[in-house]
Ligand binder design. Structure first.
Ligand SMILES: Nc1ncnc2c1ncn2[C@@H]1O[C@H](COP(=O)(O)OP(=O)(O)OP(=O)(O)O)[C@@H](O)[C@H]1O
Ligand SMILES: [Mg+2]
Length: 244
């Protein structure tokens, strides 16, 4: 299988306190992988290491067959708090990765305009973030991450700020987008239904130091989400998270 993101024997400690010990993980192209686990277990830290924002005490990160340990800018990364800048318009927020690359205004227009429709943001681009709904803000943050032009995206609780109805719409919208753009996504979430709905694989991060202790392959067949099998799987995942 074609593994686009590989973590090899990752060890990390903060102030002598071990967070990870020999953690291994491999993600295949176009897969959506959810990572669940208790608060404080190390999920965001794992993303920071994978994204090269943090160099682990030891171990290696490989992206598309190249070692990238401690190198930033190798994946798209949507942080746990969607950091839209309040003093910039939605358009300028979204265009930020392109502006940072030094693209001309015309070039930026050419790239961003067609994407506004795909991300359900057309007509909102001149507004400011605080005038958007939570779902619109998260779509803007996702589009900005996508424009970083990386088909591998790490999304840290991307839908956590949304109510139940909006979440449902966003899941559907995101799944379509992921397939159309052939994205490889890692998603951190506390919502098991979300994890099952969105992902092909689910890992439980657990323990001190933390390990990916359980791996579930999520069935995708028609009718699964309304089946007894779904409830059984959800229970298994919850038990895995909660058991010591
Ligand atoms: N820069 C840092 N320096 C020292 N300790 C840190 C640092 N970053 C994180 N930690 C600690 O490492 C542990 C893991 O933090 P992390 O943010 O990865 O947890 P998390 O699983 O993402 O939690 P949550 O679900 O609440 O977001 C926590 O105990 C946290 O206090
Ligand atoms: Mg976190």
């Amino acid at each position: 299988m074609d593994k686009v993101l590989v973590l090899k024997e990752i060890n990390h400690a903060f102030n002598q306190k071990p967070i990870f010990e020999n953690l291994n993980m491999a993600v295949a192209k176009n897969d959506v992988v959810s990572i669940v686990g208790a608060s404080g277990v190390g999920k965001t830290t794992l993303f920071n290491i994978a994204a090269g924002l943090l160099t682990p005490t030891s171990g290696e990160v490989w992206i598309n067959g190249v070692e990238t340990t401690g190198q930033a800018g190798t994946v798209g990364y949507m942080l746990q708090k969607d950091l839209l800048l309040p003093f910039k318009s939605v358009f300028d927020n979204i265009a930020l990765p392109l502006t940072l690359k030094g693209y001309s205004k015309a070039k930026i227009e050419e790239i961003v305009r067609p994407q506004l429709t795909h991300f359900g943001l057309q007509g909102l681009e001149q507004q400011y973030p605080q005038t958007l709904s939570g779902g619109q803000r998260q779509r803007a943050a996702l589009l900005r991450t996508y424009l970083g032009d990386n088909p591998i995206m790490l999304l840290d609780e991307p839908f956590s700020a949304l109510d139940f109805v909006t979440k449902d719409e966003m899941y559907h919208w995101f799944s379509q987008l992921q397939k159309r753009l052939e994205l490889t996504c890692l998603i951190i979430t506390h919502d098991i239904d979300e994890a099952i709905y969105l992902s092909d694989h689910l890992y439980v991060l657990k323990g001190e130091p933390a390990q990916l202790t359980e791996h579930f392959v999520i069935p995708k067949h028609e009718g699964f989400l309304d089946s007894q099998e779904y409830l059984v799987l959800k229970k298994q995942i919850l038990t895995a998270i909660q058991s010591p």
